[in-house]
Design a protein around this ligand. Structure first.
Ligand SMILES: NC(=O)c1ccc[n+]([C@@H]2O[C@H](COP(=O)([O-])OP(=O)(O)OC[C@H]3O[C@@H](n4cnc5c(N)ncnc54)[C@H](OP(=O)(O)O)[C@@H]3O)[C@@H](O)[C@H]2O)c1
Length: 208
């Protein structure tokens, strides 16, 4: 498949890029700083997800778009701006399929209670979690074939095991009550969904 990947040099985006390339997809990797993309085999393009014209130009002719974009930590509201320009740009380019790396905060821990609204939720992550929740709302009002993949509560570089559980809108926790996934396995879940869409216009999550 021809896939444009925004945020391809990031902690999560670089794992998604590796997974896409390993499965033989033709990837256009979009970042502001191409030197940061270390994988070989992708078409690396300088672009800006916050600029709809740049998104339209980089998405043209692609079968699907994936965003692993992260805003600067001091300016998380850029996530909403970036989502607006991403949606406008890929629509202009005629790309219908969009997979988003989302946040875990919008996952429910009990019926009607989202993780971000619990008292234990770390204050430092609240703003970005709320911004990600807004992104999900924006997707729900778009006409795209979107999928929003929420990481587990904790995601970090690790092993590609290919063994994890999927959930929908509920936080998936292990027997210790912890919610974790490696960025490598998260990438497997993302590319599985790209290749065999089962969650069109839905949120889902992956964790051990
Ligand atoms: N448990 C959770 O809910 C959880 C945990 C971790 C991460 N996340 C979310 O997952 C996403 C990815 O996180 P991450 O840790 O992988 O981020 P990261 O390592 O900071 O990577 C961010 C990526 O975005 C790119 N980027 C930044 N500004 C851009 C722009 N204007 N145009 C195009 N690309 C741009 C960066 O490349 P350049 O700077 O070269 O452009 C980089 O490739 C984020 O949205 C984050 O909030 C969620």
């Amino acid at each position: 498949m021809k896939v444009v990947l925004y945020g391809a040099s990031g902690m999560i985006g670089s794992r998604i890029l590796n997974e896409l390339l390993a499965r033989g997809h033709q990837v256009t990797a979009v970042v502001r700083n191409p030197d940061k993309v270390t994988a070989s085999g992708a078409i690396v393009v300088k672009g800006d997800i916050t600029d709809a014209a740049s998104v339209a130009a980089t998405a043209k002719g692609q079968d699907a778009a994936i965003s692993a974009y992260a805003p600067p930590s001091a300016q998380v509201s850029l996530l909403q701006d970036a989502t607006r320009s991403l949606l406008a740009g890929i629509e202009k380019a005629g790309v219908k399929r969009l997979l988003m790396v989302g946040g875990a905060g919008s996952l429910e821990v009990a019926p009607g209670v989202q993780l971000v609204d619990t008292p234990e939720f770390p204050a430092a992550w609240k703003a970005i979690a709320l911004a990600h929740r807004d992104v999900l709302l924006s997707l729900k009002t778009s006409s795209l074939d979107w999928t929003y993949l929420s990481p587990a509560a904790f995601i970090q570089p690790g092993e590609r095991t290919g063994s994890f559980r999927l959930g929908t809108t509920r936080l998936v926790v292990d027997e210790k009550g912890e919610s974790r996934i490696s960025a490598e396995d998260f990438a497997v879940a993302m590319v599985d969904e790209l290749e065999k869409p089962r969650r069109l216009r839905q949120q889902f999550t992956a964790a051990y």
